[in-house]
Write a protein that binds this ligand. Structure first.
Ligand code: PLP
Length: 428
């Protein structure tokens, strides 16, 4: 359907005459059909699943295409241009994450791939300490993991990690934690957790999939050993993500994929693998355009952090206070207060999450996510049992109208529920 295809936005996000304060996304003016056949502008409140593409990212990929060619081994001019762009993308990601000069940056498919790469590279016998509140990408890849319960406060998170690392058997240890929850948006105390990990001789790996689209991150300053994130959540939906961090485990591990690029020399009897972490774990032809897109997103976001934070804070306050005022709607939160990014999950008493999500789409042109958000133990904890929730998440292209539309739609839905309650015959 051509009208559903992404269209270039004519919406200019400005602050004062001509001064753009937020980068623009493709599809900001996309129309979507409602159940009654009308078409309305799409209210995308599903950024946490996959964010729309930034115009700057699209432009960077378009610019790269005429010279797109093989990387690393080609002698032709386009190969040289493409190789330079690919390696520059690595430098840009390193800088974006505040990683040290010699930190490894391995391009992966996404956060899941990055965490699995780290699980593969961690020395045999590594004890991994992980909270049950993690997304499955960070919860499941480990061979030997100690799972910690959901902490009641950030301070308890630190105490629990401290205790678990103190009790861990000798040998390598790794604490794995999210920087921002994909369910509640709440920020985790990663600086303090890094200190605790290091006090016990452990390393810390941070799942930054939901943080880096919203806030700057400085690995060196925070003392993080590894960071994983996804391009498609960072406005660069071209299939690349990254694992950044210490190179020693990566250099010592068998290649994640075995094949061309990862091998330094091959004879009939022996294969010698490349010693650099990046080469060793990026066998085969890499996703060059994905890496270029990722770097373009990093470059595009950095000048806007202050404006983005202010924008997000405004929308978050509007959404959370609006939800709190709607009867039957309950926000899911682990700690209740504290800093968070633009992700809010909630339930509607008396309505399954799926029905709410479908009604929001079909009647109001609003896209949200429903379910357990690949964080089953955490959602079970928040709901005190089995169940599902609705998640609204937003970013650079979100407007106040989108938030207001969601609140009005929920007010209407819950009002209809109340009417149907009143209507139902009371038992004699
Ligand atoms: C916090 C967090 N970690 C990891 C992932 C997995 O990301 P991907 O599907 O890009 O691998 C997600 C995706 O929703 C996430 O929100």
């Amino acid at each position: 359907m051509s009208t559903l295809a992404p269209v270039r936005s004519s919406h200019t996000v400005t602050h004062g005459p001509g001064v753009r304060v937020r980068p623009k996304v493709i599809g900001a003016d996309a129309l979507v059909p409602l159940d009654d056949g009308r078409r309305v502008p799409y209210a995308n409140l599903d950024y946490a699943a996959s964010a729309p593409c930034l115009e700057a990212v699209h432009e960077a990929v378009t610019r790269a295409l005429p010279y797109y060619s093989s990387v690393h081994r080609g002698a032709g001019y386009p190969s040289q241009v493409t190789t330079d762009a690919y390696e520059e993308a690595r430098d840009t990601v390193r800088e974006f994450l505040g990683a040290w000069r010699r930190a490894a940056v391995v391009f992966t498919r996404n956060t899941t791939d990055a965490m699995n790469l780290l699980a593969h590279a961690a020395p045999r016998g590594t004890t991994v300490v992980v909270f049950e509140t993690e997304h499955h990408a960070s919860l499941l890849p480990w061979r030997r993991a100690v799972r910690l319960p959901a902490p009641a406060t950030p301070a308890e998170a630190i105490t629990l990690a401290d205790q678990a690392l103190a009790d861990a058997p000798c040998g390598p240890r790794l604490l794995v934690v999210t920087a921002a929850s994909n369910v509640t948006g709440e920020l985790w105390p990663i600086r303090e957790l890094a200190k605790v990990a290091h006090r016990h001789g452990a390393r810390i790996a941070v799942d930054a999939a939901q943080l880096v689209p919203h806030r700057p991150l400085d690995m060196s300053e925070l003392g993080l050993d590894y960071v994983a994130f996804s391009g498609h959540k960072l406005y660069a939906p071209f299939g690349a993500g990254a694992l950044a961090g210490r190179s020693d485990w990566l250099r010592a591990a068998d290649p994640y994929l075995k094949g061309g690029g990862a091998s330094a020399s091959v004879t009939a009897s022996r294969t010698r693998w490349a010693s650099a972490a990046e080469q060793r774990h990026e066998a085969g032809t890499p996703n060059v355009l994905g890496a270029i897109a990722l770097a373009a997103a990093c470059d595009a976001l950095v000048p806007h952090w202050d404006a983005l934070a202010a924008h997000e804070e405004r929308l978050l306050n509007r959404l959370r206070s609006g939800l709190a005022a709607i009867p039957r709607v309950r926000e899911l939160t682990l700690w209740g207060r504290g800093a968070r990014v633009g992700i809010v999950s909630f339930t509607v008493d008396g309505l399954p999450a799926r029905e709410v999500a479908l009604a929001l789409s079909g009647r109001h042109g609003i896209g949200v996510r429903d379910g357990k958000f690949c964080a089953h133990p955490f959602v079970r904890h928040l709901l005190s049992g089995d169940g599902t929730a609705v998640r609204a998440s937003f970013g650079v292209g979100t407007t106040e109208e989108h938030i207001d539309r969601l609140l009005a739609a929920l007010t209407r839905l819950t009002g209809e529920l109340a009417d149907s309650d009143d209507w139902s015959p009371s038992p004699m």
